[in-house]
Design a protein around this ligand. Structure first.
Ligand SMILES: Nc1ncnc2c1ncn2[C@@H]1O[C@H](COP(=O)(O)OP(=O)(O)OP(=O)(O)O)[C@@H](O)[C@H]1O
Ligand SMILES: [Mg+2]
Length: 318
């Protein structure tokens, strides 16, 4: 793996960003007018926040945008003093010819403590004439109101499965990887709206075999395919404890899952199970939630999963 595909295929212009229609439209307008206010991007991992900030920088300032954009990661620069020093130095020199401001991109701003955010607020004001800030975060609730009110806030969303699929197929084509329809769908389904995860899964699978199949995708992403999970529920319903337990162990071994992964994947699949009614699903959900909680609290995995299996057999067994 010489280069990460997520970096190689990161869109360079805001028009290349997948999904996020409302965001892209507004960013395009900024790119056209060559100016923008302080910005904040908020949303789950791998959905295009860093991409949007860098692409906007390039669209506004051209290929040399890096000279005009200071990128800092708030999670490695938690001490605001180092941010202050860097911002000061950066703001002292003139912006690129033809532009009136410089950009400070503070990635993962939700890692800043409330105190640091308070000080940041002051910095944003001090340098407002010459610097625009772009903040990115996973949780906007962790950013103090005073900062949010200084920014145009953009919310990015998990990407739809069809957008994930489109991108994965496209990257596979450009990288010369064989990827059939089922495998592409499997990648879209295991990625849960995270495009970074989708592209990374493709690269990992392709590094083992240039012809990526559905099975390979599930094996390399530590995800059990839906039919295996349904099979577990069906065994609980029809075959009883021992066979259900064997199935569960088989899934854990084959796909390399931790106990909590298995419970979470079972939970996601439960909705699509056709042989259980609503009331049974509610009861099964409760049993899974309890097992998850106990494992997180330190309960032994094997015992807890057995107990959950026993409970589910009792609830839905015939
Ligand atoms: N909306 C998108 N359109 C096109 N590519 C995307 C999009 N979202 C993510 N990607 C791809 O995934 C990679 C990671 O995306 P990005 O760095 O923008 O994620 P992020 O939203 O900043 O996530 P984090 O919260 O983890 O920082 C990019 O390099 C790009 O290849
Ligand atoms: Mg990011």
């Amino acid at each position: 793996m010489s280069e990460l595909w997520v970096e190689r295929h990161r869109p360079r212009s805001v028009s290349g960003i997948k999904g996020q229609r409302a965001v892209v439209e507004r960013l395009r307008a900024y790119a056209e007018s060559k100016t923008f206010p302080h910005l904040m991007f908020a949303g789950p991992p791998g959905t295009g926040k860093t991409t949007a900030a860098l692409a906007l920088g390039r669209d506004v300032f051209g290929d040399g945008y890096r000279d005009n954009l200071l990128e800092m990661n708030a999670s490695d620069e938690r001490k605001l003093e180092s941010i202050r020093t860097k911002v000061k130095q950066f703001a002292r020199t003139a912006p690129m010819p033809g532009t009136s401001f410089k950009v400070i991109f503070l990635d993962e701003a939700d890692a800043l403590t409330p105190d640091a955010q308070g000080a940041l607020r002051r910095i944003m004001e001090q340098y407002a004439e010459t610097c625009r800030f772009i903040l990115s975060c996973n949780y906007s609730s962790k950013i103090v109101e005073a900062i949010q009110s200084r920014c145009a806030v953009f919310r990015v969303r998990p990407l739809d499965a069809d957008k994930l699929l489109e991108m994965v197929v496209d990257v596979a084509k450009r990288e010369g990887v064989g990827l059939d329809g089922d495998a592409a769908e499997a990648i879209a389904s295991v990625s849960l709206g995270d495009l970074r995860k989708a592209i990374t899964s493709l690269q990992v699978a392709a590094s083992l075999d240039n012809n990526v199949t559905r099975d390979l995708v599930y094996e390399t992403t530590a995800t059990a395919p839906p039919e295996e999970l349904h099979g577990f529920f069906l065994a609980c319903k029809e075959d009883g404890f021992q066979p259900a337990r064997r199935r569960m162990k088989g899934i854990l071994d084959r796909f390399g899952l931790a106990g909590t992964d298995l419970v979470n994947q079972l939970h996601r699949e439960l909705g699509g199970v056709t042989f259980l009614d609503e009331i049974q699903k509610l009861a099964v959900t409760e049993a899974m939630a309890e097992c998850d909680f106990r494992m997180v609290e330190g309960g032994g995995e094997s015992l807890q999963l057995d107990a959950m299996t026993a409970k589910i057999c009792g609830l839905i067994g015939s």
